[in-house]
Design a protein around this ligand. Structure first.
Ligand SMILES: CC(C)(COP(=O)(O)OP(=O)(O)OC[C@H]1O[C@@H](n2cnc3c(N)ncnc32)[C@H](O)[C@@H]1OP(=O)(O)O)[C@@H](O)C(=O)NCCC(=O)NCCS
Length: 282
C-alpha cells in the first residue's frame, strides 16, 4: 500500500492477508498490552471487520510485523462528528521499534484511506495519563478532545492497564482541518509539526518533585493546564497507589471542565491545554 523510510528501516504498510498474517496481530497484541489472551481481539473478528469495510493495516520491515492499526467504520457518536468516519480501536508498535515513526506512518495511512473513501473524521480513545500517547495525538497528529469516559472498559489488567480504572479521552481527528493537513504534509517531508506557542494557562494539576500530583482546589476562568505523570507504565508496575492518585487527579480536572464546555486542544511540557469555547473546525 505505502512505504516510507524511517530510522527503523524501510517500513511497508499493507493490509495483512490470510490466517497466518492475521494471527500475527494477536501475538503482537499480547506482546504490547501484556494482558493475556482473554483481552485479545481475535483474528476471526479482525477478518470479519476487514471483510465488511473496516481497515486493518500492518507495518512490515522485511516482512516482519512491527506494528498494526485496526479500525472500523463508525457513525457520528460525539459532539463533533458529521457524516460517517472511522473509529480506530487499536494502534500498536512492537517495543524496540518505537519512537522511529512507525506509529505516525500507520496513523497517516489511516487518514489517507479515509479521505479516499469520503470519510472526514476518525476517533479513538486513549488513556489520558499516558503522556507519550497524548504527545503523539495532539502534537504530532493535531487531534482535539471533548469527551472524557470514566472507567470505559472496566478495570484493565496488563502492562498498559495496571489493574486501574480504564479512563479514556476520545481523540477526535478532523481529517481535513488545516492543522491536520499541514502536519500530514510536513510528516511526508520528514519535518516535525510547525512550532506553535501555546496560550498561557493556569496549572490545575502539577507534578510535585516527589512525582505525585498536586491538585488546585479552585479552577480559574480561562485556559487550564493539566499535568500527567512522567511515566505512567512505571507507576502501574511499581507504585499503583501513586498511579491511582494521578488517575483521579487527571479525571477530576478534565472531566468537569469538558462538561463546562472546555476542549482539550494541545499537549506540551508534560501537560494538556484546555480552552473554551471550541467548536468543530472547518
Ligand atoms: C503509541 C505507539 C503506537 C506509538 O508508536 P511509535 O512508533 O513509537 O510512534 P512514532 O515513532 O511514530 O511517534 C513517536 C512519538 O509518539 C510518542 N510516543 C507515544 N508512545 C511512545 C513510546 N512508547 N515510545 C516512543 N514514543 C512514543 C512520542 O512522544 C513521540 O514523539 P516525540 O518523538 O516528539 O517525543 C506505540 O508507542 C505503542 O504501541 N504503544 C503501546 C500501545 C498504545 O498505547 N497504543 C495507542 C492506544 S490504542
Amino acid at each position: 500500500m505505502t512505504s516510507a523510510g524511517t530510522p527503523a528501516g524501510a517500513v511497508q504498510v499493507r493490509e495483512p492477508q490470510g490466517p497466518a498474517q492475521l494471527r500475527a496481530l494477536e501475538d503482537l497484541q499480547i506482546r504490547v498490552w501484556g494482558a493475556g489472551e482473554r483481552e485479545v481481539v481475535p483474528a476471526s473478528h479482525i477478518r470479519a471487520v476487514q471483510h465488511a469495510g473496516g481497515l486493518v493495516l500492518g507495518a512490515y520491515v522485511d516482512d516482519e510485523l512491527v506494528g498494526f492499526a485496526y479500525g472500523f467504520p463508525a457513525l457520528p457518536h460525539g459532539p463533533w462528528e458529521r457524516g460517517n468516519g472511522l473509529h480506530s480501536h487499536m494502534v500498536a508498535v512492537r517495543p524496540g521499534r518505537r519512537g522511529a515513526g512507525v506509529g505516525r506512518i500507520l496513523k497517516w495511512a489511516q487518514r489517507t484511506w479515509c479521505l479516499e473513501r469520503g470519510l472526514g473524521w476518525m476517533t479513538w480513545t486513549f488513556d489520558p495519563v499516558q503522556g507519550g500517547n497524548a504527545r503523539l495525538n495532539f502534537h504530532h497528529l493535531g487531534v482535539r478532545s471533548r469527551e472524557y469516559l470514566v472507567d470505559f472498559y472496566g478495570t484493565m489488567p496488563g502492562d498498559l492497564g495496571g489493574g486501574q480504572p480504564s479512563d479514556r479521552l476520545v481523540a477526535h481527528w478532523d481529517l481535513e482541518a488545516q492543522e491536520v493537513a499541514q502536519r500530514a504534509e510536513r510528516f511526508a517531508m520528514g519535518l516535525a509539526p510547525e512550532p506553535a506557542p501555546l496560550p498561557a494557562g493556569a496549572w490545575v494539576v502539577r507534578r510535585r518533585p516527589d512525582g505525585r500530583p498536586d491538585v488546585a482546589e479552585v479552577h480559574p476562568a480561562g485556559p487550564l493546564r493539566v499535568a500527567v505523570p512522567e511515566d505512567a507504565n512505571r507507576l502501574f508496575r511499581d507504585d499503583p497507589e501513586t498511579a491511582l492518585a494521578w488517575r483521579l487527579a487527571v479525571r477530576e480536572a478534565i472531566a468537569p471542565a469538558l462538561a463546562r464546555g472546555y476542549a482539550v486542544t494541545a499537549f506540551d511540557a508534560g501537560g494538556y491545554l484546555l480552552e473554551r469555547p471550541q467548536g468543530p473546525r472547518s
